[in-house]
Design a protein around this ligand. Structure first.
Ligand code: PGA
Length: 252
């Protein structure tokens, strides 16, 4: 009942010329795959080019970040209104932003509110570090990230929000969570936390992706799980063949 969503997080990769080459292949490769929402999240400098290239297809564009104010003297920041010109989605609270750019549950909350206010659909990332995982704190951490990050938020509909469970130790390491492990965090920890914020019925309809070393090889096994509704893909989204295979796996 939840339509899977696969998003490619390009991170700080691809010039406009490189983005053109990749999207050209993706448009061809993805056109015959149905039943999956497909999202590309290029860096800001390539948003407009990618937006133009996917026009008329069922591929959407997402940004990797935004600022919570809509205009003003904020040198170097991007307003949600500017992002809305090209994007349907926006990634918020990615662990790299939490680790390197002081993103906190509070900034995640402000950014998520402002995104929803302008009609952008946030992909909110949560996940524990290796240290937290080894200390048995996964449940505590992801529950706090959901409760604080999504505090006092009204959702127009369940499809207005996507959550990505990305254990930090699995990102870019080639060491993905096991499908059972990821499913259990999503089903037994994240969805119940969403139920506390939005109610049980809404929580069952919100899509929760898994992210962290998703590849063409492990995607099908992850997507076969009851509560994994797609993926947020980093490294493998930079190669058209791999990304197409991952989207294909989510369609089955
Ligand atoms: P990865 O990154 O697929 O390269 O592990 C995932 C992410 O950070 O969203």
């Amino acid at each position: 009942m939840r339509k899977p969503i696969v998003a490619g997080n390009w991170k700080m990769n691809k010039t406009v010329a490189e983005a053109h080459a990749l999207v050209e292949e993706l448009v061809l490769g993805l056109q015959s795959i149905h039943g999956v929402e497909k999202v590309l999240c290029p860096p800001f400098t390539a948003l407009m080019a990618v937006y133009d290239m996917v026009e008329g297809t069922d591929i959407s564009v997402g940004a990797q970040n935004l600022f919570w104010e809509t205009s003003g003297a904020y040198t170097g920041e991007e307003s949600p209104l500017m992002i809305k010109e090209f994007c349907k989605y926006v990634i918020i609270g990615h662990s790299e932003r939490r680790a390197y750019f002081n993103e906190t549950d509070e900034t995640v909350n402000r950014k998520t509110k402002t995104a929803l206010n302008v009609g952008l659909l946030p992909i909110v990332c949560v996940g524990e570090t290796l240290k937290e995982n080894e200390a048995g704190q996964t449940s505590e951490v992801v529950t706090r990230q959901v409760l604080q990050g999504l505090k006092n938020i009204q959702l127009p509909e369940s499809e207005s929000l996507v959550v990505a469970y990305e254990p930090v130790w699995a990102i870019g390491t080639g060491r993905a969570a096991t499908s059972e492990g990821a499913n259990s965090v999503i089903k037994d920890m994240i969805r119940p936390a969403l139920a506390q914020v939005f109610g049980e019925s809404m929580s069952q309809k919100i899509r929760i992706q898994y992210g962290g070393s998703v590849t063409a090889k492990n995607a099908a096994e992850l997507f076969a799980m009851s509560d994994i509704d797609g993926a947020l893909v980093g490294g493998a989204s930079l190669k058209s063949e791999d990304f197409v295979q991952i989207v294909q796996a989510a369609a089955k």
